[in-house]
Design a protein around this ligand. Structure first.
Ligand SMILES: [Zn+2]
Length: 377
């Protein structure tokens, strides 16, 4: 289970380490000293500094025990804000969130007939308008976090060539949006940002290591958290569960491999040739339609094969499903857990490691990139 409440995240500055501990739950100065192994005097200096920046407030908890009531420190939610930009295939969500991940405002910008330059101008204008209309001081803005379908070049701030997303191909989003808005801009692959969102605000809060798997019409994305850190690998992209092969002589994939999971278990792949227009329609037919039941079983069969590989490789505690596949997910989860549980070698959380998220890709998914950089960057 989670370790960072017992020991600090390695590599963070002491200030960030203390801030990251406080954002998890209200906590006293002495508890912070015990967790971080910093001296009480050092904790006092850091905490005073955070107070001076308006980031902390005190909360007196009334204890029935004899003695002084402990004073806990907690984050002031509206001490800072982040803009979140979530690029989807036909629209862009732009909004503002606070340090608690609460959505202050948002706007959906259709992108179907626009150019990237036009969209970047609209995103910058929308951000400025939302900041102004909510009375947010510019110095309280951490920046703009952009999440986009992969592949993206995080280090150079470029959206590369996501399928069915031609408008954004080769766009230097970080440089262009930063120039247009005047804010610092961070870019992340959408499935990595969703994993971070689960870690901060979702089902990954109590996990040290988990895999988030997004299954939508267009494909399968994944984000991996290992020991509370986003796994990026040597290329910065993280992992790609959609391109794990589940059939060595299978269908050829655009990536160069054969038998990739995405070719079998993405929603468009599983519904190809079926009478169903989308996943929801298929799920709604499950009670009285043999074809729907067959397709659901096939989805569980394909997906479980890749998930067992991933669980055995990374020893994650949990797999969190995200995206369109989470519509009425009970039957799929039941079938997946029946297949996955007994097949994994390391069973750190029993026989039910696959769960469904309630998070939808939204402005918070973009904003979390800035929050994560603020707390742990
Ligand atoms: Zn592939």
């Amino acid at each position: 289970m989670k370790s960072a409440t017992n020991q600090p995240l390695m590599g963070l500055s002491n200030r960030k380490c203390v801030l990251d501990i406080i954002r998890r739950k209200p906590i006293s100065r002495s508890e912070i000293a015990a967790i971080t192994h910093l001296t009480r005097a050092s904790v006092t200096v850091i905490v005073d500094d955070l107070f001076a920046d308006g980031l902390l407030t005190e909360q007196v908890t009334h204890s029935p025990m004899v003695g002084r009531n402990p004073i806990n420190l907690q984050i002031v939610p509206n001490a800072r804000y982040a803009a979140g930009v979530t690029i989807k295939r036909k629209e862009v969500d732009v909004g503002i969130i606070n340090l608690n991940g609460e959505v202050i405002s948002n706007e959906i910008l259709p992108s179907a007939d626009a150019s990237a330059v036009e969209m970047i101008k609209k995103i910058a204008e929308s951000t400025a308008r939302q900041v102004r209309e909510n009375g947010i001081l510019r110095e309280k803005m951490l920046g703009i976090g952009v999440c986009a379908p992969g592949p993206v070049d995080v280090a150079n701030g470029i959206i590369l060539n996501p399928p069915n997303c031609g408008l954004w191909h080769g766009v230097h989003i970080v440089r262009l949006l930063s120039e247009a808005s005047g804010y610092p801009v961070l870019l992340e692959k959408d499935s990595n940002a969703l994993a971070l969102e689960e870690q901060y605000f979702g089902l990954g809060r109590d996990c040290s290591s988990f895999l988030a798997v997004q299954i939508n019409e267009g494909g399968i994305g994944s984000g991996l958290i290992i020991h509370e850190r986003l796994y990026r690998g040597s290329n910065g992209l993280g992992n790609e569960l959609g391109h794990i092969s589940i059939h060595m002589d299978g269908i050829k994939c655009d990536c160069g491999n054969r038998g990739c999971l995405e070719r079998y278990a993405s929603i468009s792949a599983i519904l190809a040739g079926s009478p169903y227009q989308n996943w929801r329609q298929m799920i709604d037919c499950l009670s009285n339609d043999a074809e729907a039941k067959r397709l659901l079983t096939m989805e569980a069969k394909y997906l479980s094969c890749a998930l067992v590989n991933a669980i055995n490789l990374f020893d994650v505690e949990l797999v969190i499903l995200q995206g369109d596949v989470c519509y009425k997910p009970e039957r799929l989860l039941e079938k997946l857990n029946q297949r996955v549980g007994p097949r994994v070698i390391m069973r750190s959380t029993g026989l039910h490691p696959v769960v469904a998220s309630s998070i939808e890709s939204f402005v918070r998914t973009g904003g979390i990139i800035c929050l994560h950089n603020f707390y742990q960057g």
